[in-house]
Design a protein around this ligand. Sequence first.
Ligand SMILES: NC(=O)C1=CN([C@@H]2O[C@H](COP(=O)(O)OP(=O)(O)OC[C@H]3O[C@@H](n4cnc5c(N)ncnc54)[C@H](OP(=O)(O)O)[C@@H]3O)[C@@H](O)[C@H]2O)C=CC1
Ligand SMILES: O=C(O)CCC(=O)C(=O)O
Length: 488
Amino acid sequence: MSTAVNAPVYLNYINGEWSAASSGQTATSISPANKHEVVGIIQVSNADDLDRAVQSAKQAQKGWRKLAGPSRGEFLYKAANAMERRLNEIAETMTREMGKTLPEAKGETARGIAILRYYAGEGMRKVGDVIPSTDADALMFTTRVPLGVVGVIAPWNFPVAIPIWKMAPALAYGNTVVLKPAQETAVTAAKIIECFAEAGFPAGVVNLITGKGSVIGQGLAEHKDVNGITFTGSNQVGKQVGQAALARGAKYQLEMGGKNPVIIAADADLDLAVEGTVSGGLRSTGQKCTATSRVIVQSEVYEAFKQKLLAKVREIKVGNGLEGETWMGPCANENQLDTVLSYIQKGIEEGAELLHGGGRPDEAALSDGFYVQPTVFDKVSRSMVIAQEEIFGPVLALIKVDTMEEAIEAANDADFGLSASIYTSSIGNLMSFIQDMDAGLVRVNAETAGVELQAPFGGMKQSSSHSREQGQAAIEFFTAIKTVFVKS
Ligand SMILES: NC(=O)C1=CN([C@@H]2O[C@H](COP(=O)(O)OP(=O)(O)OC[C@H]3O[C@@H](n4cnc5c(N)ncnc54)[C@H](OP(=O)(O)O)[C@@H]3O)[C@@H](O)[C@H]2O)C=CC1
Ligand SMILES: O=C(O)CCC(=O)C(=O)O
């Protein structure tokens, strides 16, 4: 039975006011743990709504950029405080809306708050350098200016952290923002924006508009008054967004897929390596762009590692993320579940050996949710589809290698280059890995997932548009450098 009748309605936030889509259309945001549970009713906006949001951001931009950096930072501190007061509620909404476990959702919400505070402090840091001029009577320096209106297109897998790690630096550096979250997690996004509204940002500085990606996302990328577009999501859509922005000369930044390897060297601490592989590959149901997907193991320890890994995976409790004993929640939506199941089928057809999982769990209590078992494949070869394409699900592919050289070569044998890790106790191994691994994030004796907000984050090869987000790196995208030459 659907509970849509009693579900709360969430609106767009445009020019400091909550408003319904002018199309009059709404959609339901459902829980992946039980498809009959409606988390909220959300707006399906059209191009007119989008234009209103962009125009309100454009109008607000002049006043916002004129504020001193520390004053802009004050608003971010206030938004962080508002979010902190509502941490449990926001985390619970996230779990209900996209399925990750409540402890993970609380951790992510806390991370969103920390990101806001980090960028609030940015308002007080330097924005330029003094450069010696060849003219002894001149002063030459650089300063930075905001892009203008920034469009944020966010995915559903980190519905708090990703919008915030894009919006917070955009705002701190003087841009105004139009956020288009994934429809999947529009309710969680509305709650974040409620915190921004409570913080008292001037009207138009922060705008939220929900609707189809093909209408609102693509519309943002194509809108003549949007000066910068920052996107996280699939490779296919990312490239479309980039092309639309490029065609009209707007700045863009894309964070896309991963096919992240972990290397288990013969001298690794196997218990630590198993822990990192399970956590990196299966937490959040494998739906992280940094999730471990390929497990490359040296032959000397292959059998021992495999047995320890299987023992750990067998312990995983799949269930509703709101329940305390659950370790792994459902896939975020039915499409995602179907994608994961079809990749598992492909792995079987290609001759990989299914060691664990491979389908939906049997429990009747889980039959209305988008659940899948944690899955482990043995005898995977580097060219198989499950070793090459992003699955975005809880599927680990074991690949056997003889030498460290072969391990690194296998790890680099993918179109993506986001994150990679190695478990080893040898300095030689870790130095070769750090030097030769083509990935934006390389981690030693730590899982592939896990990003620190104060460090640059982004990928090589097909994983990104080669820019970096977060930490001090964010200033490169969200501002333009202006070189100033002054002569008395
Ligand atoms: N790098 C990452 O962190 C992520 C990677 N993915 C990968 O993408 C796959 C598919 O996931 P999916 O949710 O469909 O990812 P998408 O790339 O379709 O969605 C990401 C965001 O882009 C929006 N969008 C969709 N179509 C367009 C468009 N034509 N123009 C502009 N914006 C658009 C979406 O809106 P809406 O969905 O509301 O229509 C959403 O806000 C996953 O299986 C995974 O492999 C997915 C999410 C995150
Ligand atoms: O691993 C993380 O914490 C971040 C992952 C991420 O950015 C993503 O999945 O989109």
